[in-house]
Design a protein around this ligand. Structure first.
Ligand SMILES: Cc1cc2nc3c(=O)[nH]c(=O)nc-3n(C[C@H](O)[C@H](O)[C@H](O)COP(=O)(O)OP(=O)(O)OC[C@H]3O[C@@H](n4cnc5c(N)ncnc54)[C@H](O)[C@@H]3O)c2cc1C
Length: 320
């Protein structure tokens, strides 16, 4: 790994350098976490691919961030290159809806509704990008990504482009082959995705979408959060178990179990990632003790700690 070599080739390819030591909290929905060693905002798919291939060639670790609505960035920050995916192109062709992975998923769902295409209307309530939804099989109100996705263009862990039909993504509840691979350290990147919508009544789709959004407003916290902290265990709800365990309102530092929804952790203003992690542990511990159920995190804790930085220029603990 050579950071100097990487930066030299980067400058000649892009004509500028990645930003250094950028705080990542503003790029996450909960507003928590330390800085990235380097940040690049990718605005088109070719630049995204080029950046990843350069990182791979030089052994620089990289992390992709979409809307940052399903991740916890550690207080120590993230080592290597963080790529903010802002590739937002999209278009429709008949019932097919094609989108680059940095497109906000809720915006895409609105676009499909406007065109009278059914299948994505639950998506108006989902924060984050198309890429994040494809990776995590985002879903709500009985719908999910797996049911409407046709195929995805991916970058393999060694930098090759491949198109996968939906079946190859091996979707499960809030997971996919890509998310499972990520947990083992293999990074597949979603570049674009093609969905299929069924021709339907536009007004009816609007009515459904508005109902979903209203339901969210009534049942979910208004403070910044990462959405559902834990997956629902088979046959039950994490929120119900946490509520019954008396966790609503429980607070560690600036992080609190929402008083509205016990599976949401909210940032009261000055939460750190350590507060959130400590709270998650307490929530798991209480539910295990009272009900014998092991809650599994739904959110992803990013773990390329900046304290391991190659050039040692950015020290740990720089974030809030
Ligand atoms: C208030 C709130 C409500 C929510 N409600 C729901 C809900 O009802 N249903 C639901 O499913 N989720 C929900 N979520 C969680 C979140 O919105 C989804 O998981 C969303 O799909 C994440 O997308 P993102 O772009 O923010 O992903 P990020 O948080 O940016 O990334 C998530 C993971 O995917 C990786 N990743 C991101 N983009 C790509 C890509 N293009 N290629 C490869 N890897 C990538 C990241 O590296 C990271 O590991 C909610 C979140 C919040 C804050």
């Amino acid at each position: 790994m050579s950071l100097a070599g990487f930066l030299k080739v980067w400058a000649s390819e892009f004509g500028f350098l990645p930003e250094r030591g950028v705080p990542l909290a503003p790029y996450t929905s909960i507003g928590v976490g330390g800085p990235a060693e380097m940040v690049f905002k990718a605005e088109d798919v070719d630049s995204l691919v080029k950046a990843i291939r350069l990182a791979l060639e030089h052994g620089i670790p990289y992390t992709l961030l979409g809307g940052g609505s399903n991740v916890l960035v550690p207080d120590e920050g993230i080592r290597g290159l963080v790529i903010l995916n802002r590739c937002k192109g999209w278009h429709m062709n008949g019932g097919d809806i094609y989108a680059e992975a940095g497109m906000p998923f809720a915006g895409l769902a609105r676009g499909a509704i406007q065109a009278g295409l059914a299948g994505l209307e639950w998506g108006v309530s989902i924060p984050g990008t198309v890429g994040g939804a494809v990776v995590g099989n985002a879903g709500a109100y009985g719908g999910d990504t797996a049911s409407v996705l046709k195929s995805a263009d991916l970058l393999t862990p060694d930098g090759h482009r491949e198109t996968w039909p939906v079946a190859k993504l091996e979707y499960g509840y809030r997971t996919s082959r890509i998310k499972e691979a990520l947990a083992r350290g293999d990074r597949w990147v979603v570049l674009t995705a093609t969905f299929h919508g069924k021709q339907s009544n536009r007004d009816e789709l609007c009515r459904l979408a508005d109902g979903y959004l209203n339901h969210r407003r009534e049942t979910q916290p208004k403070e910044p959060s990462i959405g559902s902290t834990f997956r629902n265990p088979p046959g039950d709800y994490a929120g119900r178990l946490l509520d019954a365990a008396g966790m609503k309102g429980y607070r560690i530092g600036g992080a609190q179990v929402s008083t509205r929804h016990a599976n949401f952790i909210v940032n009261l203003g000055d939460a750190t990632a350590s507060d959130v992690l400590a709270l998650m542990e307490e929530m798991q511990h209480r539910v295990q003790e009272m009900f014998g159920v092991a809650l599994e995190p739904e959110i992803l804790v990013l773990n390329q700690r900046i304290s391991e930085s190659a050039d040692g220029q950015i020290k740990s603990g720089v974030g809030r």
